[in-house]
Design a protein around this ligand. Sequence first.
Ligand SMILES: *Cc1c(COP(=O)(O)O)cnc(C)c1O
Length: 370
Amino acid sequence: MKINKKIFPVARPDLTGKEKYYLNEAFASSWISSKGEYIDKFEIAFAKFIGCHYALSTSNGTTALHLALVALGIGKDQEVLVPDLTFIACPNSVFYTGARPVLIDTDKKNWNINLEDLEKKISKKTTAIMAVHLYGIPCDMESIMILSQKYKLKVIEDAAEAHGSEVKIGKIWKKTGSIGHVGCFSFFGNKIITTGEGGMVTTNDQALFERMKILRDHGQDPDRRYCHPVIGFNYRMTNLAAAIGLGQLERIQKLINAKKEIARHYLSCLKGIPGITFPEFAGNVKPVNWLFSVIIDKPFKLNRNQLMEKLQKNGIETRPFFVPVHRQPPYYNRQTFPNADYFADHGINLPSGYFLEKNDIKYICQSILD
Ligand SMILES: *Cc1c(COP(=O)(O)O)cnc(C)c1O
């Protein structure tokens, strides 16, 4: 077989719009720290895109989660329901507050938090649900919001992998990050849009927004400099990062469409191959294809790890699914999470970087079939 030396990356940003121009402007203005016009512009434009009243930029997605949790009053002697199959920042951000992350198994269809397991694990100490839209697939937000009302819980949406994905609530389509009490986003280099490092919180709750703003800025009283009525953090984004973010956001629909095209090409090549399966979702969600993710199982001839090795030899970079939280030493747990284990051990993310072309995807699929 022909060995193609080209490396097909799992993720690669597309910075070909006005990112560089805005970045140079921000640099030339000498407002390179966390004050400057691009911060406001980026936040206002992001709130508009998500369909929320308020958006507040942060230094990264993890600080966005932590800021949201603290501002919601999550802390000691409380429990937060977190999916077991997710990125480590989710349980960690809960742990930082002093609350306990309670792990929930995975839904077999959409790979997100399993609502039966979730309802079983609600206790007197439970105060919030962290709904993670994994790999761009929205959670069943309608049911989660109903549960949250029934048990009086706060809902933190982690949309770090799902910018622009949508859920139909009643008759209205809503963007993820605008449905729960607060939405959290990441702009790490491999996400749908990037600022290098960066994050955002979104909300419709003005009081929550004001609290997050104060907490983000060392807990400083907005009207009295160097007066700090609460213990806060420095979780601010730089104007330089916001300049890149604004350039990215202006083209987000195009970028989402590019990811969709990549997924379409993969699906047309891989659909129907025994042993390769895809997530299932109802007609009331519109996912975004952050990474093209599939499950590899029998009767496919290789297991997931063997396939990853073979593809690597052909210059094709892949990633396994996240290692479930209950298998991470700080969170070792006696409970079992059979679905999380299954998906973690059989899931693979295929190259999904911008600039990947139809022929590249054909080559990748051919390598899988070979
Ligand atoms: C990337 C990511 C985060 C954290 O974002 P950073 O910007 O890397 O701190 C949180 N949750 C999920 C699900 C993520 O994918």
